[in-house]
Design a binder for this molecule. Structure first.
Ligand code: FES
Length: 100
């Protein structure tokens, strides 16, 4: 998902590829694993199972989810985003506790 800049906590979860910011996340609710739906008009994700809500960066807006969306390993290869491999950007996020 391509992102806008603004919120520092959300920006810590953003990835810059070229001139654009993106959010990478495993789109499963961290409560019990349902799949939240993105609501374009509201700019957030709503989990229909128990009403959990996440912002466009995957941060929790409304419980019961205990944490934001998990961020999978990734690396940036030029202007490409490679999922499943650990690059320095992912490692830095992991070291800062942003990936969980
Ligand atoms: S599984 Fe998403 S709020 Fe419970």
């Amino acid at each position: 998902m391509k992102k806008e800049e603004g919120n520092p906590q959300a920006e810590a979860r953003n990835i810059k590829v070229g001139n654009d910011n993106y959010m990478i996340a495993i789109g499963l609710c961290t409560h019990l694993g349902c799949i939240p739906a993105f609501r374009k008009e509201e700019g957030n994700f709503l989990c229909a199972c128990h009403g959990g809500m996440f912002d466009a960066s995957g941060l929790v807006l409304k419980s019961p989810p205990p944490r934001g969306f998990d961020i999978p390993p990734f690396k940036i290869d030029g202007n490409k985003l490679v999922l499943g491999e650990v690059g320095p950007e992912y490692q830095a996020m992991k070291d800062n506790g942003v990936t969980l």
